[in-house]
Design a protein around this ligand. Structure first.
Ligand code: CTP
Length: 395
């Protein structure tokens, strides 16, 4: 995912420094080219050899170290980096960076960096809330730094409070957002529906379907990485929603409908990947299910067709893509849906193909518009999400 990308990691003298070995290892697994710089104090918590072993490149600490091939290292490292992450960042280093002090390899390089700069403050709560530290953090934000807020929890000093460095996963998500993709959806608002809807029968039972939400979540994630401002309206799922996405949880089709209508107008692209339960019990309060009944009779009514309703109010320049899950006549039935719902594109998938449809990490999708049919090969849902977004951008 990060092939050809250069990540510069700055490690400063806080106890969370040891966690950066995991971050570097994960970045290497994502095929990034990783360089690490440490402050002298950081070397008290973890050694440069740890990072050198993980990244296969020299870990720079001393600006005047002569033991390397000659170049002006703080300038070349700054030029090479696609992103700089300083984590953990101590109050001392934050203070230096906010005030243009460059008295070691890391702060000198940071001053020369023109790429995205991300910083993860980590320290004791009292230090973190100190107004001078807060002012310095605000200054860094003003100078274009992205600040990863510290988490609350048990700190190394034994106190419980804010100041804990966020998990490796969170740090990596900031790097991915910064450099994983070209920002070809920057400035676009994308609305995605995902997951199943549930329709209550009585206080205990409900009607739903097998949707896991994986396809919609993949679309939301890729759109976010490509720079879009993403809202994800989602039914109940077991999977983690992507970071940096505005998540709106819903349960029923009616709730999903209301949220979609509320958010649709401001969206440039709407992709409805939710598997909306087609039916719901009619007049729930009147339903009588006796435990002794061997045959339950439930009166059903159709849920609102959200996609069709949204397409009725489609505004100029807006692109609406629906999904179609079919067990037979994939193209013919999906074309009918395109016409019936009046949307711009249908992403059709056959429930009969192995590796496609509910629950899998892969999909086989055919993209159908009024004048084209594009059968995509077997691929991961993340890849399929990209191809759907590519098709939308090209139209
Ligand atoms: N959809 C919707 N509201 C519904 C049903 C479906 O918005 N009440 C959307 C789905 O999110 C999907 C598209 O419509 O983008 C097609 O869904 P699908 O279940 O394949 O088709 P249906 O419209 O339910 O039609 P049918 O029952 O005839 O297959």
């Amino acid at each position: 995912m990060l092939k050809g990308k250069s990540v510069l990691i700055g490690v400063t003298g806080g106890i969370a420094a040891y966690k950066m070995a995991g971050v570097c290892s994960s970045l290497i697994k994502l095929h990034a080219d990783v360089d690490v710089m440490m402050t002298e104090n950081a070397c008290n918590f973890i050694t440069p050899i740890t990072f050198e072993s993980l990244t296969s490149s020299k870990c720079m600490v001393d600006t005047f170290d002569r033991n390397f091939q000659f170049d002006i290292r703080h300038i070349s490292a700054a030029q090479k980096a696609d992103v700089l992450l300083i984590a953990p960042a101590t109050a001392n280093v934050i203070g230096k960076l906010a005030n243009g002090i460059a008295d070691d390899m890391l702060t000198t390089t940071a001053l020369a960096c023109r790429c995205d700069k991300i910083i993860a403050p980590a320290m004791n709560t009292n230090m973190f809330v100190n107004p001078v530290v807060q002012d310095n953090i605000e200054k860094l934000k003003k100078y274009g730094w992205t600040v990863i807020p510290p988490e609350s929890g048990r700190l190394a000093c034994g106190a419980i409070g804010t100041g804990k460095m966020p998990s490796e996963e969170v740090l990596i998500s900031y790097i991915l957002r910064s450099i994983a993709c070209n920002k070809d959806l920057s400035g676009k608002k994308v609305l995605v529906t995902a997951g199943p809807t549930c329709e209550t029968i009585d206080p205990v039972r409900y009607i739903t379907n097998h949707s896991t939400g994986k396809m919609g979540y993949a679309i939301a994630n890729r759109a976010m990485l490509r720079g879009a401002d993403v809202t994800l309206i989602t039914g109940k799922t077991q999977i983690q929603p992507p970071p940096f996405v505005n998540v709106v949880p819903v349960v029923s089709a009616e709730e999903m409908y209301n949220e979609v209508i509320e958010n649709a107008d401001s969206a440039d692209i709407i992709i409805m990947a939710a598997a909306v339960a087609d039916y719901r019990p009619k007049n729930v309060s009147d339903q009588k299910i006796k435990k002794s009944d061997s045959d339950m009779e439930i009166k059903l009514e159709r849920t609102k067709d959200i996609l069709k309703e949204v397409c009725k109010h489609k505004r100029n320049g807006q692109f609406i893509c629906g999904f179609s899950m079919e067990t037979e006549n994939l193209i013919e039935n999906s074309r009918k849906k395109l016409e019936k719902k009046n949307c711009d594109m249908i992403a059709a998938n056959s429930l009969k193909c192995e590796g496609a449809g509910f629950g899998t990490d892969t999909n086989i999708i055919t993209l159908i518009t009024n004048d084209s049919i594009n059968e995509l090969p077997f691929m991961t849902k993340e890849q399929a999400a990209d191809r759907i977004l590519d098709a939308i951008i090209s139209i």
